[in-house]
Ligand binder design. Structure first.
Ligand code: GLU
Length: 503
């Protein structure tokens, strides 16, 4: 039997980085086993729909290269793949569960439900669930006489709830946690069909997983406790349940608590694959794409958050991940989102990418108004690539390649500069502004001069660097000088010396 997996996001907002990891694990299993990776949009709760979220999810998956084999807009024989387009399909299964005595109609008003909860809480039942203990005190098709209940159903009143068996252990095998058991006394009579005839997540999820012939469900840990309900529903319907795998949480950089969408702004990094404009909050959330990450590096970082290949291999192409991937190696404990590690991965990918291939992505994140010749930019990329993490860093860390320094590190200048040095600076100026065959030749020339005059390298070279870059930063000084070219070097030299004198 061929493996069929699905990534089933609800379009209630942008795709969180945890969702990306879920999609990735599904994708890897499908590719490894020659199976099918399906995108299903779980949009039954129309009140929580966010315009643009579905497109965002698809664009993100495509940017990452996790293109679905089947899904809305991708074709496939099991569509439609948007649950809102399958609305008419679900009620019959809820009704079948009612007919078989595994579900029932409930007519309680919101006020009655609130009252029940308050009464239960007053009695010390903290969770106050609508469950086997409570259901016979409520207004539903089990407690009302048949005539009254039928009348209400005919009038379109009520919802359908699952009827949890009394005191029964429901077990299932989670491929990460092995055997998981819930007692039905802990489980509530979940709503499966709403008043408007739309299914809830639970019903739509199992019906679609069944009809779409899903073999493996791989999803976040937060769904573990719902799985007992799902397993029971499969049993009620006489369907075979898929294999379940629940992925560990992704934790905050501090290691404490679940990574949330606000942590991005708090810790200064993206938690979304692409930038997201939240209209309701009138806020913009950072994206890895716009921050200048290589999607391959992001996937490499993510794959190791909750899984490892069993050896110390870290840098992996998607092909290699596919080869090594197995559900058995997913870990149970939460995985810390380590921003430094994420940057490190991107740096590794940057260093392994030819300079010419970095041109386009670096240009894409250049600030507006900065234009450079491709040749020049490519040289800068070559010089800077071992010192940066992200595409955007080429500009932010190497801004002196694009414009002359507007200010100079005063402290460092004061520590070293004396006007008696001017005679030597005049000599060095001639060297750095006449065309040199290479950075190395120029370095040798300048250093030979300093040696001959018994001058300190640690005084002159840093000052020369500050003239060019404004501060003690950047790649090899003589590479910078050669790249800037004699005209620009002359201008920066003169302007800097003028400022130095006044400091
Ligand atoms: N729609 C659910 C979500 O947003 C899907 C959970 C599942 O994969 O079953 O996460």
């Amino acid at each position: 039997m061929s493996i069929r997996v699905r990534f089933a996001p609800s379009p209630t907002g942008p795709l969180h980085i945890g969702g990306v990891r879920t999609a990735l694990y599904n994708y890897l299993l499908a590719k490894k086993e020659g199976g099918t990776f399906i995108l299903r949009i779980e949009d039954t709760d129309q009140t929580r729909l966010v315009p643009g979220a579905e497109d965002y999810i698809k664009e993100s998956l495509e940017w990452l290269g996790l293109t679905p084999d089947e899904g809305p807009g991708y074709g496939g024989d099991y569509g439609p793949y948007r649950q809102s387009e399958r609305k008419g399909l679900y009620a019959q299964y809820a009704q079948q569960m009612v007919a078989d005595g595994n579900a029932y109609h409930a007519f309680d008003t919101p006020e009655e439900l609130t009252k029940m909860r308050e009464e239960q809480q007053a009695l010390g039942h903290h969770s106050a669930k609508y469950d086997a203990r409570i259901r016979m005190q409520m207004r539903n098709s089990l407690t009302l006489d048949k005539e009254e209940s039928d009348k209400l159903i005919a009038a379109g009143e009520g919802i359908i709830r699952l009827k949890m068996p009394h005191d029964e252990d429901v077990s299932f095998v989670d491929l990460v946690r092995e055997k998981v058991t819930f007692n039905t006394n802990q489980l509530d009579d979940k709503v499966i069909l709403k008043k408007d005839g739309m299914p809830t997540y639970h019903l739509a999820n199992i019906v679609d997983d069944h009809l779409m012939k899903i073999t493996h469900v791989i999803r976040g840990e937060e769904w573990l406790s719902s799985t007992a309900h799902h397993v029971l529903m499969y049993r009620f319907m006489g369907w075979e349940a898929p294999h379940f795998t629940h992925l560990p949480l992704i934790l905050k950089p501090t290691g404490k608590g679940k990574l949330s969408k606000r942590d991005g702004a708090k810790f200064g990094f993206a938690v979304f694959p692409m930038e997201w404009h939240d209209k309701k909050e009138d806020a913009v959330y950072q994206g890895f794409k716009e921050d200048g990450f290589d999607p391959k590096a992001l996937l490499n970082f993510l794959v190791l958050l909750g899984w490892n290949p069993g050896n110390d291999e870290e840098l992996m192409t998607v092909e290699r991940m596919t080869e090594l991937f197995s559900l058995a190696k997913i870990v149970k404990s939460g995985a810390r989102f380590d921003v430094d590690k994420c940057n490190w991965f991107n740096q590794q990918y940057l260093m392994a990418t030819p300079d010419a291939d970095l041109l386009a992505p670096v240009k894409a994140v250049m600030p507006e108004g900065i234009t450079t010749e491709d040749n020049y930019l490519q040289t800068v990329i070559g010089l800077m690539k071992e010192r940066v993490y992200k595409y955007g860093d080429f500009y932010t860390e190497g801004s002196f390649f694009f414009s002359a320094p507007a200010e100079y590190d005063e402290k460092q200048v004061k520590k070293r500069y004396k006007s008696e040095q001017d005679e030597h600076f005049a000599a060095i100026r001639t060297m750095v502004t006449s065309s040199s065959e290479s950075a190395e030749a120029l370095a040798n020339q300048v250093k030979a001069y300093l040696k001959e005059k018994e001058l300190k390298m640690g005084v002159y070279l840093p000052l020369l660097r500050i003239m060019m870059c404004g501060a003690l930063k950047g790649p090899d000084l003589f590479d910078i000088i050669i790249t800037l070219g004699s005209e620009e070097v002359a201008q920066r030299y003169d302007k800097a010396l003028e400022v130095f004198k006044k400091l």
